[in-house]
Design a protein around this ligand. Structure first.
Ligand code: HEM
Length: 361
């Protein structure tokens, strides 16, 4: 009763421009929302945090859930549609509903894990799989220090068909092929670079199957710019076995480098954009947030969706500046941006270290 009273008292809030906005008191008697439809999401977010992300961690399930937002959404091709073919429904949850088909695609190696983990959540709650995938991704990223608070639009209809194969970029694809595929989906080269900030909270299980959980940067629980620093360092070793498709040498023991990330960091079309993220946390956040907002609604009619971003938790800020890993410095940078020098960074103290794997949860 007291909660209900409090909720209705809170039903007016002050907008950033000072205007009063009416908020709806949710039936749970606890929350208020700008749109009644968003009320249904609060218990789902609580369940996700408690039971999918182990109480709000930025661990393996968050990394996998973020990857899943991309692999569902990028199944969208206006050029296929133009040819009169089905171009995929984009961020529609088809990767869950038609899991048998889509998890068998080569580019979806390892994704069956998180599809299997998320499917019972979708069944338990009154939410479409397309909405659930993007909600879980946004909530998950909020657990990583330094992440932006992502937008969440609610209202994707259920998918009708599996996405066609060969729409998801592979780590052994050329930069030409990756930029063309992403461009077909409506994402510019700068947006591709921004989206790859996701690889700062990421690891690979299947690229070198002998070393599952090997991260792409030294801080896989922080949403930071170390990924952009470390991909620019000269590759000197393979963390496991050499000769895996889509892998090139990395600069640190325990760290894996994708060929695609290496080439995007060095290609004249993307190198300066890549470097511009180094130690620029404000840009990492704003560019990733904007590109994710676009990616999360690929193939969807946003005029029929409701902005429920307010259900996404506010991430913790990052406290550490970007650095060169111990033992490495500017001499190890393979400068690729022709117009701007690499930013000045300090080097972590101590002897050369190796990066521990992301533990399975
Ligand atoms: C542009 C081309 C991209 C390529 C070629 C690519 C490729 C890959 C590969 C090969 C892996 C390792 C998978 C494994 O072995 O377990 C991976 C992991 C990951 N990718 Fe991407 N990716 C791309 C873009 C993106 C985008 C746009 C996002 C999200 C916005 C994303 C998010 C992730 C995340 C979070 C992981 C880590 C998954 C985990 O730790 O379990 N990637 N990516």
């Amino acid at each position: 009763m007291a909660f209900k009273l409090l909720a209705s008292l809170l039903a007016l809030a002050v907008a950033s421009n000072g205007a009063l906005i009416r908020r709806v008191a949710c039936p749970d008697g606890i929350h208020t929302a700008t749109h009644a439809a968003c009320c249904a999401l609060f218990p789902i977010v609580d369940d996700i945090q408690e039971n999918l992300f182990d109480g709000g961690e930025c661990g393996e399930e968050v990394h996998e859930s973020l990857r899943l937002t991309f692999h569902d959404a990028i199944g969208f091709s206006p050029s296929l549609i133009k040819q009169g073919k089905f171009g995929g429904g984009g961020a529609d949850g088809s990767i869950i509903v038609f899991a048998e088909t889509e998890t068998a695609f080569h580019a979806n190696g390892g994704i069956d894990d998180i599809v299997g983990v998320q499917t019972p959540f979708v069944a338990k709650h009154n939410i479409t799989p397309g909405d659930f995938i993007q909600l879980a991704g946004a909530v998950g990223v909020s657990n990583c220090a330094g992440a932006p608070r992502l937008q969440f639009l609610f209202g994707r209809p259920a998918p009708t068909k599996a996405s066609p194969d060969l729409l998801i970029p592979e780590p052994f694809d050329t930069v030409d092929k990756i930029l063309a595929r992403m461009g077909d989906a409506g994402l510019s080269p700068a947006e591709v670079v921004a989206l790859l900030a996701s690889h700062s909270v990421a690891a690979a299980d299947t690229v070198d199957p002998t070393i599952p959980g090997t991260p792409f940067d030294s801080t896989p629980s922080d949403f930071d710019s170390q990924f952009f620093v470390e991909t620019q360092l000269r590759g000197t070793l393979f963390p496991g076995t050499g000769g895996n498709q889509g892998e090139v040498e990395s600069p640190l023991r325990g760290e894996i480098r994708l060929q695609s990330d290496s080439e995007l960091a060095r290609d004249s079309r993307t190198a300066c954009e890549w470097q511009s993220f180094v130690n620029n946390q404000a840009k990492v956040q704003s560019a990733f947030k904007a590109a994710m907002a676009k990616m999360a609604v690929l193939g969807q009619d946003t005029s029929k969706m409701v902005d429920c971003s307010e259900v996404i938790p506010v991430p913790k800020p990052l406290t550490k500046a970007a650095t060169f890993p111990a033992g490495l410095g500017i001499k190890d940078i393979e400068q690729a941006c022709a117009t701007t020098p690499f930013p000045t960074l300090s080097t972590d103290p101590g002897p050369v270290t190796s990066v521990p794997p992301v533990p399975p949860s």
